[in-house]
Design a protein around this ligand. Structure first.
Ligand SMILES: *[C@@H]1O[C@H](CO)[C@@H](O)[C@H](O)[C@H]1NC(C)=O
Ligand SMILES: *[C@@H]1O[C@H](CO)[C@@H](O)[C@H](O)[C@H]1NC(C)=O
Length: 412
C-alpha cells in the first residue's frame, strides 16, 4: 500500500515538475515516446530543480506547437535525474534531442521507460560558460596534455537562487609546480566571484577539491593561467557540482574542503612524497607546500560519532614534513621528530583541543617533521592548515598527508 501511494505521489510530483519541461520535451519526443512496463528495479533519482535557462524555456515554448502532447508526463522525470554515463561521468538524464541542443554528450541510456532518454554529460573547455550541474571542465586537447600559454576560463552561473555552493573536484590537475618558496608564479589556478576566498593553487592536485559559496550576485569564474616559457605537460579535468541551499551535503560556510565520510585522508595542496625540484630564495631545496595559506578542512560529524582521530599516513615517510630540514634527518627518524607546541608559528596545522594517548595537550599547533596520532572531541571537526611566505628554514618540506577516522561515542 505504502509503495503504491508513494508511486502515485511520485507521479503527481513528476507531473507538476515536468509541466514546463514537458512542453519542450513533448514537442521533441513526438510519437517516439513509448511507455515501457514499469520496471520495479529502476531507481530514478527524485527530480529536483531543473536547469533549463530562460532562453531554452522560450525556445521550448515556441517549439511547442502541439500543446496536446503535453500529457507525455513521464518525460519530465528524466530532465533532472542524475545518471552515470557509460564513460563513468555524472550526467543528467534528458531526451537525446535536448542533449544535442544543449551541446551535451550522450553517454548511454538512462531510463527503462524510453530509449529516447540519454545520460547527457556536459563537457566544456576554455572560454565556456555553464549553468548545468556536473559540468566537466578540462584543458584543450584533453585527455591529451596542454603545453602551456595563456588563460583558460569557465564561468559558472547558478540556474536560480536555490543554488548556494559549488564543489569543484580536481579529477585531474597537474600544473607547473610552485617555486621553492611555495609561490605559484609559473602556473596558477584561481577561483573568483564567490563569497568565499579560494587560495591560488598550482602543482599536483589530482584528488583534491574545494568548495566555494556563490555570493548570490556574480557567477564563479575558474581561471587556469599557464606560462608557455616553462616546459611542462599540463592537464586538468574538474567536476563542477552545484549544491542547493537546502542540500544535506552543503559544506559549512567557510570550509575550503569538506569530507562527508567517517574516515579518509587529507593532504596539503601539491603534496607528494617526492621532493620539490626547485630551490628556495636561499638556494637550498625548496618546499612543495603552497605559501600564505590559512584554511579549514572540515569533516562532517557522522551520526553517533564523538571524536575524530588524525594520524600520519604510515606508508609514506614524508607524510608530515611541515617545517625544518628534511635532508638533515635520517628518513627512518622522520616521523619521530614531531613538534607540538605553540612555538609552531610558520607552517603548521591546528587541531582544536587535542589529546594524545588520552592526555590533553597544552597547545593545538603541530609542525616539524613528524606527527603523533591525535584525537579531538571538539565540534565541528576541523583541521586548519596554515603556511607563511618564508620557507628559508624549511628545506625539502612536502607538507602533510594524514588519515582521519571518526570514533563512535561510547555505549553507556
Ligand atoms: C530493468 O532495469 C534493470 C536495471 O536497469 C535492467 O537490467 C533490466 O533489464 C530492466 N528490465 C526490464 C524489463 O526492462
Ligand atoms: C548536482 O549534482 C550532484 C551530484 O554530482 C548532486 O549531489 C546535487 O544535488 C546536484 N545539484 C542539484 C541542485 O540538483
Amino acid at each position: 500500500m505504502a509503495a503504491h501511494s508513494a508511486r502515485i505521489f511520485a507521479i503527481v510530483v513528476i507531473f507538476y515538475s515536468s509541466y514546463i519541461v514537458g512542453i519542450y520535451n513533448a514537442a521533441r519526443a513526438s510519437s517516439l515516446m513509448q511507455l515501457a512496463a514499469e520496471n520495479s528495479s529502476h531507481h530514478s533519482v527524485e527530480p529536483q530543480s531543473h536547469f533549463l535557462t530562460e532562453t531554452e524555456l522560450e525556445g521550448g515554448r515556441s517549439n511547442s506547437r502541439h500543446p496536446r502532447w503535453f500529457p507525455f508526463y513521464t518525460i519530465g522525470r528524466f530532465s533532472n535525474a542524475l545518471c552515470t554515463g557509460n564513460n563513468r561521468l555524472t550526467g543528467t538524464c534528458v531526451l537525446s534531442g535536448e542533449c544535442t541542443d544543449t551541446t551535451g554528450v550522450a553517454a548511454g541510456s538512462c531510463s527503462t521507460i524510453t530509449n529516447q532518454a540519454v545520460c547527457c554529460i556536459y563537457q566544456r573547455t576554455c572560454g565556456a560558460s555553464t549553468t548545468y550541474n556536473n559540468t566537466y571542465f578540462y584543458n584543450s586537447n584533453y585527455p591529451g596534455t596542454y603545453a602551456g600559454g595563456g588563460r583558460c576560463t569557465i564561468v559558472i552561473t547558478p540556474p536560480d537562487s536555490s543554488i548556494c555552493q559549488l564543489r569543484i573536484d580536481f579529477m585531474a590537475l597537474s600544473l607547473a609546480p610552485p617555486n621553492g618558496d611555495g609561490l605559484c608564479n609559473t602556473d596558477a589556478l584561481t577561483i573568483t566571484g564567490g563569497s568565499s576566498r579560494v587560495p591560488t593553487i598550482c602543482g599536483e592536485n589530482a584528488g583534491q577539491h574545494v568548495y566555494v559559496d556563490f555570493n548570490g550576485v556574480t557567477p564563479i569564474t575558474i581561471t587556469v593561467a599557464t606560462s608557455s616559457s616553462y616546459v611542462f605537460n599540463r592537464i586538468w579535468q574538474f567536476q563542477l557540482r552545484m549544491l542547493a541551499c537546502a542540500s544535506s551535503t552543503l559544506a559549512p560556510s567557510g570550509c575550503l574542503q569538506y569530507h562527508l565520510s567517517s574516515s579518509g585522508t587529507v593532504a596539503s595542496f601539491n603534496y607528494a612524497s617526492a621532493a620539490s625540484s626547485s630551490l628556495n630564495t636561499i638556494g637550498v631545496p625548496g618546499t612543495r607546500q603552497l605559501a600564505n595559506l590559512a584554511y579549514g578542512i572540515c569533516v562532517r560529524m557522522g551520526a553517533g560519532m564523538c571524536s575524530i582521530s588524525w594520524s600520519q599516513v604510515s606508508s609514506d615517510t614524508y607524510s608530515f614534513t611541515m617545517t625544518n630540514d628534511v635532508g638533515a634527518i635520517d628518513p627512518s627518524l622522520l616521523a619521530t621528530a614531531a613538534v607540538q607546541s605553540q612555538d609552531c608559528t610558520t607552517d603548521f596545522i591546528i587541531i582544536p583541543n587535542p589529546l594524545q594517548g588520552g592526555v590533553a595537550l597544552a597547545g593545538d599547533r603541530f609542525c616539524g617533521l613528524g606527527f603523533s596520532a591525535t584525537t579531538s572531541f571538539t565540534k565541528p571537526f576541523v583541521l586548519y592548515a596554515v603556511t607563511d611566505g618564508n620557507e628559508d628554514a624549511d628545506i625539502s618540506n612536502r607538507g602533510f598527508y594524514l588519515s582521519f577516522s571518526q570514533v563512535a561515542c561510547p555505549v553507556i
